[in-house]
Design a binder for this molecule. Structure first.
Ligand SMILES: NC(=O)c1ccc[n+]([C@@H]2O[C@H](COP(=O)([O-])OP(=O)(O)OC[C@H]3O[C@@H](n4cnc5c(N)ncnc54)[C@H](OP(=O)(O)O)[C@@H]3O)[C@@H](O)[C@H]2O)c1
Length: 246
């Protein structure tokens, strides 16, 4: 089989926010398993380093709060690969601040970063993911569906709750097209550049399982959710949290 025939049979994933953290972990795992991966970031600084790890032409630059950037990035991937099989949407900014110090602009930015980026990417990817009967994975956060009040993360959790409802609507809408959408809700997944709360040993000590998640546990769940093994699951939110917020 020629190199171009091999490439045309490989599945293609767009991993938004894959320049670091969970998205990068998912991208590395999928690439190691033969997927062609494309990651996004907002600033070009890390492009060369990322392409070394993930392959030439695997990095797309843009701000996904912009529907134009989301559309352009999806077009670039499909132009380069001829198909798109999975979107793993790892963009999702975090904010911790008491409500009294959380301004309307901060709420707006949480909804833009967590909800609207997902809306723009799903809109841009729709026809291509339908064509491949592919899958979407989004990221929530642990405890989301127990609707607990939070003292310092209300804006972030509000935006994740909206994302959960969006993910379920998308799952229902796309099911007749053979497309699936699901969510992973992590507790703590430490990595370079993670938020200070994620790296806090004091908080990690309170996780019932006694440790934070390993990157492989979260990335492996994403890989499973875009595989045929989870083919009858739609609209689900899987917690990978070691009992945090249980
Ligand atoms: N890590 C955890 O413990 C944890 C826990 C619960 C939930 N989660 C959720 O899991 C997901 C991944 O978490 P993470 O810790 O890996 O996140 P992260 O370290 O903050 O990485 C987020 C990525 O998104 C990119 N990004 C941010 N805003 C963007 C935008 N507007 N347009 C395009 N790219 C943008 C960032 O790249 P640039 O800044 O370079 O553009 C970065 O690559 C998020 O949804 C997060 O809320 C994580």
């Amino acid at each position: 089989m020629s190199e171009s025939e091999t490439a045309s049979r490989q599945k293609v994933a767009l991993i938004t926010g894959g320049s670091q953290g969970i998205g990068f972990g998912v991208a590395r795992l999928l690439r190691a398993e033969g997927w062609r991966v494309h990651v996004t970031l907002r600033q070009e600084g890390k492009q060369a380093e990322l392409e070394e790890a993930l392959g030439a032409g695997s990095v797309r630059v843009g701000d996904l709060t912009s529907p134009e950037d989301a559309g352009r990035i999806v077009r670039e991937v499909v132009d380069a690969e001829g198909r798109l099989d999975a979107v793993v949407h790892s963009v999702g900014p975090y904010l911790t601040a008491p409500l009294t110090e959380t301004t309307p602009a901060m709420f707006e930015s949480m909804f833009q970063g967590n909800l609207m980026t997902a809306v723009h990417v799903a809109d841009a990817a729709r026809e291509h993911i339908r064509a491949s009967a592919g899958a979407y994975v989004f990221f929530g956060c642990s405890g989301l569906e127990r609707w607990r009040a939070r003292t310092v993360t209300t804006a972030y959790i509000s935006a994740k709750a909206a994302l959960l409802v969006f993910m379920r609507g998308l799952a229902l809408q796309e099911a007749p097209h053979g497309v699936r959408a699901n969510m992973i809700s992590p507790g703590f997944v430490p990595h370079d550049g993670a938020a200070p709360d994620t790296l806090s040993l004091e908080l990690q000590a309170k996780i019932p399982q006694g440790r934070p998640a390993k990157m492989a546990e979260v990335a492996g769940t994403a890989r499973w959710l875009i595989s045929e093994e989870s083919g009858h699951m739609i609209g689900q939110n899987l917690e990978v949290a070691g009992g945090w917020m249980l």
